[in-house]
Write a protein that binds this ligand. Structure first.
Ligand code: GLA
Length: 386
């Protein structure tokens, strides 16, 4: 866990030019999982878990990075930029490559980063890394990018350099978050509205399973492909559809026999998840928190049984939570195969719940879980006067 002051100090002990400082946000997603790359809806928020950056131009064509949490460094020359074994460095080079593709004349940068955003926990540390760096570079070189453009640039970096066909949710949430609000984002048009995250006597708590199964790397692109395969078959009957966003349950049921069983289940999950999200937004507007909890549990069941991106550790945490007095709902969050669960819980039940779930999880798996309280905050930004 490193603070902004730590990162600034580490930068100053390594480099000379005065840096700008950036704080990049992780995100939660209340509901709407695996809907973004299907042009559906998501409901994320930027939260107060950060990667901090200190960075400055160095007047050469060399780039020097230091990843402070893992005490790892990476240096390269612009002309040698190519994806390598260090995934974190690929995210950063990917961002630089996108600026180059946009015609930006880059110069060398010295950069130290690190913070308190848990890595590989479903809170999107990769997007925070890309977005914080992209915003930093755009400030250093006085580039004229909107936040939306930076989110799209960061997403392209993931697609083209890192090789992850992710949706837009994480980058958008990291850059567009607002204090106290969730973002209802239409991933087709990128139209969005802010919804106050007023949870009355309840709170959202994250429980980190501390597992991150490798499967995610291969299964995520497979899910993207399965959804596309479903759309391709349905398009033969409904030429106007271009993604699962346009598909209804009736269409799916009518053509079930033409779809492979796994493809059918992926598609049905996505269509139902978009509907759950709309209802969840109404719950937030109208104070229907009990119902919101039920929707979270339904999402988890869908992710577990239809989309098949959960894992035994996460299922255990969700099941334990769902039976616990004072917990309104819980589900896995993010891409899947590990990371955090999101728990909607009455404040008064929180303390005992966290003690009990951590004990039960340890007994079951021999693993020490972690928990985080998170608050929706303004998105990734330059820190003035840090
Ligand atoms: C990852 C991706 C997102 C989104 C989620 C699942 O976090 O980066 O684009 O698809 O998984 O909702």
């Amino acid at each position: 866990m490193l603070s902004l002051a730590d990162i600034k100090g580490l930068y100053e002990s390594r480099f000379d030019n005065p840096p700008i400082l950036v704080r990049a946000c992780g995100r939660i997603n209340i509901i709407g999982e695996h809907t973004d790359y299907n042009e559906g809806f998501v409901l994320p928020a930027a939260v107060d878990k950060y990667i901090f950056f200190a960075l400055a131009e160095n007047g050469t064509s060399e780039f020097h990075f230091y990843a402070a949490n893992i005490k790892d460094s990476f240096n390269f020359h612009l002309r040698d930029m190519a994806p390598g074994e260090k995934v974190w460095a690929n995210h950063l080079m990917g961002v630089l490559q996108q600026f180059q593709k946009d015609g930006v004349a880059l110069e060398g940068i010295d950069c130290v980063f690190g913070g308190n955003l848990p890595i590989g926990s479903g809170m999107s540390s990769s997007a925070a890394l890309e977005c914080g760096f992209a915003l930093g570079v755009s400030n250093l070189f006085n580039l004229d990018y909107s936040r939306k453009d930076l989110a799209l640039l960061a997403q392209r970096a993931s697609h083209e350099f890192v090789g992850v066909p992710c949706g837009i949710m994480d980058q958008f949430a990291s850059l567009m978050g607002r204090d106290g609000q969730a973002i209802r984002l239409d991933c087709r048009s990128l139209n969005h509205e802010y919804i106050p995250l007023d949870l009355e006597d309840c709170e959202l708590v994250l429980v980190n399973s501390r597992v991150s199964h490798d499967l995610g790397a291969s299964e995520y692109p497979r899910r993207v492909a399965e959804c596309k395969a479903g759309v391709a078959i349905l398009q033969q009957h409904y030429p106007a559809i271009s993604s699962l966003r346009d598909v209804t349950l009736d269409m799916l049921k009518l053509h079930r026999a033409e779809l492979e069983d796994s493809v059918y289940r992926r598609c049905i999950y996505v269509v139902k998840e978009n509907a759950r999200l709309q209802e969840a937004c109404r719950c937030l507007w109208n104070g229907g928190l009990e119902r919101l909890g039920t929707l979270l549990l339904a999402t988890h069941e869908g992710l577990r049984d239809e989309y098949e991106v959960s894992c035994p550790e996460i299922d255990y945490l969700v099941e334990f939570a769902s039976e616990y007095p004072g917990v309104l709902g819980a589900r896995m969050m993010g891409g899947g195969f590990g990371g955090c669960t999101l728990n909607l819980i009455r404040k008064e039940a929180k303390e005992k719940f966290l003690k009990d779930i951590s004990k039960a999880y340890f007994q079951q798996f021999g693993l020490q879980s972690e928990y985080y309280f998170v608050r929706p905050v303004d998105g990734t930004d330059v820190v003035r006067g840090g």
